[in-house]
Write a protein of this length. Structure first.
Length: 153
């Protein structure tokens, strides 16, 4: 009788172990499936990052070429102006270049945080501005607004 109860206890213990093993095996399989899905997503995202980096390089190259073309056009334009007009245009171009360098410096420091965007308010005193661009393509909003205020006065 004593042996019979020992066998029952042993059978019960083995049965609990097998049930626990089956549960752990099912949990392991679920975790393995989750891991495989996450691994596939990780691979896909890494490929997407590489694609975006390549696109960024292409865009950077194209923008650099556009800037070079604009600067070349600007130099040709300044050479074709009469001397007195060229002096004032060169001063504006130098001021714009200084502005661009300061913006480049700012965007280099803060641009990563803001995704490379440099933004400022385009509206002064609640008026809707009209824009014109100088030779470097920069918006000259403040000059336009001052001209409008002179006309109104």
């Amino acid at each position: 009788m004593e042996k019979e109860s020992e066998f029952k206890r042993l059978e019960s213990y083995v049965e609990r172990l097998l049930e626990a093993f089956a549960g752990i095996k099912a949990e392991n399989q679920g975790l393995q499936e989750d891991f495989d899905k996450l691994n596939q997503e990780n691979t896909r995202l890494r490929q997407e990052i590489e694609t975006l980096r390549a696109e960024k390089g292409v865009v950077r190259s194209r923008v650099g070429k556009l800037i070079s073309r604009i600067e070349g056009w600007e130099a040709e334009f300044l050479e074709s102006l009469p001397a007195d007009e060229a002096d004032t245009s060169e001063e504006k171009a130098r001021a714009a270049e200084g502005e661009r360098e300061s913006i480049d410096t700012e965007s280099g420091e803060e641009g990563e945080e803001r995704g490379g965007m440099v933004q400022s308010s385009l509206f002064v005193d609640g008026q809707t501005p009209t824009f014109r661009t100088d030779l470097t393509g920069r918006l000259r909003h403040s000059e336009q607004m001052s001209e409008q205020s002179k006309v109104k006065s």
